[in-house]
Design a binder for this molecule. Structure first.
Ligand SMILES: [Zn+2]
Length: 325
């Protein structure tokens, strides 16, 4: 059979490109995208969001936009990965979970801190209850912003560590904190599930001291970008491996044990962003040969709706005080 010149050309092309194509597909399959995501999701998103913040700031973008854009972008990406490659299929949120989480995110995590900041500006600062000028002298304002942010992170984490540890061991505070542990699953959006009173206590630890020290808005914003991204990733339902980072940051591998239903497991890993204080005070916990089992509270009748959860700390025996020592 005679072949036309065009046929020979296309056959040659197929012969040349076909092995390359199959080699590429083979390499891609071998690389396994889910496996790559396991290792790059956490560091990749943290570095990308912080870089995004610096780039937007350098371009003269409004500070609020430069801060919120990388956080919102990061959150959408995490939710997308979570949908495609969940660590546990049974941890996927249902519609009711999402509605309640969005209410927590909007009211407790966004409106409440702004309200607290506004009250602070109206009262403590304006009424000169504190000598703001001499307090400001205690802070190294001349350091580069990343250096100030790391100092702020270490100090805020120390206060948040003890607040969190107290919340697990002192029943009146546990009544508030039980809300955060109420979901029997972990996924990105339930990071914001905190009672407004507990959020106010957190504000006293990780925002008020630094506002009184006159830490600049840029440093507070940089801290917020890391705080928000780490919190979203810490609760994510994605298979992630952090390796040696598990000795520095409080990521998802460690935090899943903190949400265990077994008190002897969950009374560990209290760090909010960093895990250094847990290492120092002996509460670091990461078993290497087993996975966490049931999450949440022992009381299966604990209410899950936003409005009921606002009232539950003030009702009798909300969690049967299962965590009382
Ligand atoms: Zn806790």
């Amino acid at each position: 059979m005679q072949l036309s010149r065009g046929h020979i050309k296309s056959r040659n092309r197929t012969e040349i490109f076909s092995p390359i194509l199959s080699r590429l597909i083979w390499t891609f399959r071998r690389l396994n995208i889910a496996h790559i995501l396991t290792w790059i999701t956490y560091p990749g998103l943290i570095v990308a969001s912080l870089s995004g913040f610096f780039i937007l700031q350098d371009r003269g973008m409004n500070l609020a936009i430069a801060t919120l854009s990388p956080v919102v972008f990061g959150m959408l990406l995490i939710v997308m990965i979570e949908r495609q490659f969940p660590y546990r299929e049974d941890w996927q949120p249902n519609r009711g979970d999402v509605v309640n989480d969005v209410l927590y995110m909007a009211i407790v995590q966004n409106i409440l801190p702004k309200f607290l900041g506004f009250i602070l500006a109206l009262t403590a600062l304006n009424a000169q209850l504190f000598d703001v000028e001499s307090l400001a002298g205690l802070w190294p304002h001349h350091w580069p912003s990343w250096g100030q942010m790391l100092l702020m992170l270490g100090c805020a984490e120390f206060l948040r560590y003890w607040l969190h540890r107290l919340a697990h061991n002192w029943p009146p505070l546990w009544r508030l904190h039980a809300i955060h542990h109420s979901p029997p699953k972990l996924y990105t959006l339930n990071v914001g599930r905190f009672h407004p009173f507990e959020k106010t206590l957190q504000f006293l630890c990780d925002a008020l001291p630094f506002m009184l020290l006159s830490v600049s808005e840029n440093v507070l914003a940089l801290y917020f970008v890391f705080y928000a991204l780490n919190g979203l990733l810490q609760h994510c339902n994605i298979t992630v491996r952090l390796g040696y980072l598990n000795f520095i940051v409080s990521g998802p591998e460690l935090h899943r044990w903190h949400h265990s239903q077994r008190v002897e497991e969950s009374n560990h890993n209290f760090g909010n962003n960093l895990i250094i204080w847990d290492l120092l005070f002996g509460t670091w916990f990461l078993p290497s040969h087993r996975k966490v089992l049931a999450l949440g509270l022992t009381n299966s009748n604990y209410p899950m709706g936003f409005m009921q959860q606002l009232a539950i700390p003030f009702k009798n025996n909300p969690d049967k005080f299962s965590r009382e020592p």
